[in-house]
Design a protein around this ligand. Structure first.
Ligand SMILES: *Cc1c(COP(=O)(O)O)cnc(C)c1O
Length: 378
């Protein structure tokens, strides 16, 4: 089966992990801060907080922004469930903003209308989580301007988008957000097996996220209350978690990051080749704005009779997938009162969506097999 996405592991990656295994620290050693500093440097953020997943990073970002009971978090339905669940973890209520049917990202007019309505009803969200779907950046200038106007904090879910650019800026520089989160799951752009990272320009937010990542415990005397009884002393200031990344993972991530540009170039080349080979077929190709550089985590196309096309491609040994079943229609969210028809653009997109294989190890022969199988299925 040709997978829709998978990791690319080099001998250098293996050696980097083995070197940590033979070193003094498997966790809480020097590799994690080095990995944090390198991600921060690449994306243009002042601070970075590594975590054991993007899900954990989203959770600590919400906690650091003070999200809690009685608050609202808004995200899009066309995403992985973690973009919404982080709000529920904090005791907040989750709601959704529909997507734009062309960009498949958060609709700016829908956001604008929903914010105006929420203000009238005194139910403005505390946190907004736009998602850079498939690696194509959301319109962050517009979303950030609306968020500032209404006093809403913004966490960019950039799980698909490390290395993406918008208007000459790197996704992750947080020019229009408080925090940006990346995922290093094996199907994403670079991997640490499991892993994620939250980046920010705000020192205080970074400090709070690091606190929640590690039990709510600090060893910094400047943050402690009352007497510091000695050099052994630490204090628990908040209820935190153990969301730490290991040094094994960070070493793998550092080694992978050195190939970020090569991975991006390979994805661009394969995507452009798909564009050419699929031209003329009754298939809607993935949206890309010429002013942006998509990270191309996914190559999602839209077809009629998606279910039969899906079955035909799977039967041909192609591991196509569907991104995403609308989050508000998951049984967990339906139980909160969400129903079909509430976010029509995300629902209509889902009905036609199918993700073709795209990853650095995909060969042109495999890609030709995908295209000819798709042509036959159509
Ligand atoms: C993969 C993904 C996550 C979760 O990432 P993990 O590192 O697996 O926790 C969150 N949001 C989106 C949009 C994702 O694709």
């Amino acid at each position: 089966m040709i997978p829709y996405g998978r990791q690319s592991i080099s001998d250098e990656d293996v050696a980097a992990v083995v070197a940590v295994l033979r070193s003094d620290f498997l966790t809480q050693g020097p590799a994690v801060p080095r990995f944090e500093a390198e991600v921060a440097r690449i994306v243009g953020a002042r601070h970075a907080v590594a975590a054991n997943s993007a899900t954990s990073a989203l959770h600590v970002a919400c906690l650091a922004l003070g999200l809690g009971k009685g608050d609202f978090l808004w995200t899009v339905p066309n995403t992985f469930v973690a973009s919404a669940n982080c709000g529920v973890y904090c005791g907040a209520s989750v709601d959704f903003v529909d997507i734009d049917p062309v960009t498949l990202n958060m609709s700016v007019p829908a956001l604008e209308a929903k914010l105006a309505d929420a203000e009238r009803r005194g139910r403005l969200p505390k946190v907004l989580v736009p998602v850079h779907f498939a690696g194509e950046p959301c319109d962050m200038a517009a979303i950030g301007a609306l968020a500032r106007r209404y006093g809403v904090r913004v966490i960019e879910d950039a799980s698909h988008a490390i290395g993406a650019r918008q208007a000459g800026r790197m996704v992750g520089d947080c020019a229009h957000s408080d925090v940006t989160v990346f995922s290093f799951h094996p199907v994403k752009i670079v991997t640490t097996a499991e892993g994620g990272m939250a980046v920010t320009q705000d020192e205080r937010l970074a400090e709070r996220m690091a606190l929640f990542r590690s039990h709510g415990i600090t060893r910094d005397p400047a943050l402690m209350q009352g007497a510091v009884e000695g050099p052994w002393f630490y204090q628990q200031l908040e209820l935190g978690y153990n969301y730490r990344m290991t040094d094994l993972q960070a070493a793998l991530g550092l080694s992978q990051l050195s190939r970020l540009e090569a991975f991006a170039a390979r994805r661009q080349g394969l995507a452009a080749r798909y564009d050419r080979l699929l031209a003329g077929l009754p298939v809607a190709l993935p949206y890309r704005d010429a002013a942006n550089l998509s990270a191309l985590h996914l190559y999602p196309v839209q077809v009629a009779r998606r279910a039969s096309v899906f079955d035909a491609l799977r039967a041909a040994g192609i591991g196509v997938n569907v991104h995403y079943f609308p989050v508000h229609l998951q049984p967990f969210y339906r139980a909160m009162g969400f129903a079909a028809g509430q976010f029509p653009a995300a629902e209509a997109y889902y009905d036609r969506a199918i993700t073709l294989p795209l990853h650095p190890a995909l060969t042109e022969a495999e890609q030709d097999h995908v295209v000819s199988s798709l042509r036959a299925a159509l």
